[in-house]
Write a protein that binds this ligand. Structure first.
Ligand code: DI6
Ligand code: FE
Length: 396
């Protein structure tokens, strides 16, 4: 029952240790009850199943965007203009712009309106092969508005054929009404808000922004302590604009990932390697903010820290809804190989979300979440700019 064969494919399984891309030059993928039954030769017992011929196209695991702020109100095109006239990101943030201006626009929208605003962005990700997307809160900054954002995120997963994984990011910025009182904001909003979204099953993980313009490591630790008490995994925006040692803190807390990492130092790399924390690299934000210091990719590689790639789709620092362009930027800006980049949006991204048991590679037993591309070789996915060769996505 419910058996299906996708035939005549070249298959980048992205399984580790199986040669470049885990590539099977010619083969088939068998699906049974939504799971991958085999990849490669059609085994005995499947000879009678009807075969769909994919004409030699490339199959990869469907893409996973493991770091986005997809749900928000408004946009920041005006701020983009200001920056082009000379203002820096930090100056704009300190002047009450930046994240805080998106907070006002997000608070003004209902849950339904947030869903409507986010759907076109989600549809762009899906159009380029994404089947799993992580979505953070962090633009509500009240108990009510953070929960509203996460409910909108959950709804997106019901409206479209994607798995939505949510992260509670109450500790994203100090809202205007708490300016200079970050600890009060933690006590009165972030921690009770975390309890509330957890009670309603709205948060799959807990995130924070550890930065001079946001929260100190000691403040982040308070949030992580509560997450641990609730049994929720943690992750952290760390070392994006400066080095506060956030990645080290995240690693010591057993975080799934530390993200951005432009200013990560050798001690941070070592801590991440020791804890198995994934480095989520976000070339869209690096590009859009015109950062000049790239994350220490050679050190990460040498230490064996797994590297994921994501869009970081958000209105302020990465208004990017093209996962394929993120792959290209990971190669051009951060010097990842096309294989590392693709692994970063499949196998390693799954690990960054704690989903590596069920998705991220084409392997027996995993969920059948497969992207089919009109390309001859997987390196083409990262190579092109502004071209979408997606033929289709197979889900279950
Ligand atoms: N780092 C980022 O790049 C985004 N959030 C964060 O913690 C930017 C968010 C924004 O500017 O709206
Ligand atoms: Fe982010």
């Amino acid at each position: 029952m419910a058996r299906r064969i996708l035939d005549n494919l070249s298959i980048a399984t992205m399984e580790p240790g199986d040669g470049a891309y885990g590539l099977i030059a010619r083969g088939a993928i068998g699906i049974e009850s939504g799971r991958i039954a085999f990849a490669g030769d059609i085994p005995a017992g499947w000879q009678d199943v009807e075969r769909e011929d994919f004409g030699g196209r490339l199959a990869t695991p469907a893409l996973i965007d493991c770091h986005t702020h997809l749900v928000f109100g408004g946009n920041r095109a005006r701020e983009f203009e200001m920056r082009l006239k000379g203002a820096t990101y930090e100056e704009i943030a300190r002047a009450g712009g930046g994240i805080v201006s998106t907070v006002a626009a997000t608070r003004a929208l209902s849950e339904d309106e947030l869903v409507d605003a986010a759907l076109p962005r989600l549809d762009r990700l899906i159009a380029e092969g994404v089947a799993t997307v992580e979505i953070k809160s962090g633009y509500g900054l009240t108990v009510h508005d953070e929960a509203k954002m996460l409910r909108a995120a959950r709804r997106l997963g019901e409206l479209r054929p994607v798995r939505v994984v949510t992260s509670y990011l109450g500790a994203h910025a100090v809202p205007a009404e708490y300016r200079g009182r970050a600890d009060d904001y933690l006590d009165e909003v972030v921690l009770p808000g975390l309890d509330a979204v957890h009670a309603d099953g709205l948060a799959d993980a807990v995130d924070g922004f550890c930065e001079g313009i946001a929260f100190s490591p000691a403040q982040i630790e308070r949030v992580f302590d509560r997450a641990r008490a609730l049994g929720l995994p943690v992750k952290l925006h760390a070392e994006q604009l400066s080095n506060l040692g956030g990645a080290k803190l995240a690693a010591f807390c057993g975080a799934l990932s530390a993200d951005h990492l432009e200013y990560l130092d050798a001690a941070g790399v070592a801590a991440m390697a020791a804890s198995g924390t994934v480095a989520v690299l976000l070339p869209g934000a690096f590009y859009f903010l015109r950062e000049t210091q790239a994350p220490p990719v050679a050190l990460l590689r040498q230490a064996g820290v797994p590297m994921a790639i994501a869009t970081d789709c958000n209105p302020g620092s990465s208004p990017l809804t093209s996962p394929l362009l993120a792959l290209n930027m990971a190669c051009t800006l951060f010097r990842l190989t096309p294989e590392e980049a693709l692994a970063g949006m499949t196998r390693v991204a799954a690990r960054a979300l704690g989903l590596d048991d069920i998705t991220g590679t084409i392997a027996t037993g995993k969920c059948a979440e497969i992207a089919i591309w009109d390309v001859g070789h997987p390196a083409e996915l990262a190579y092109r700019i502004g071209f979408n060769p997606l033929h289709g996505v197979i889900l279950g």
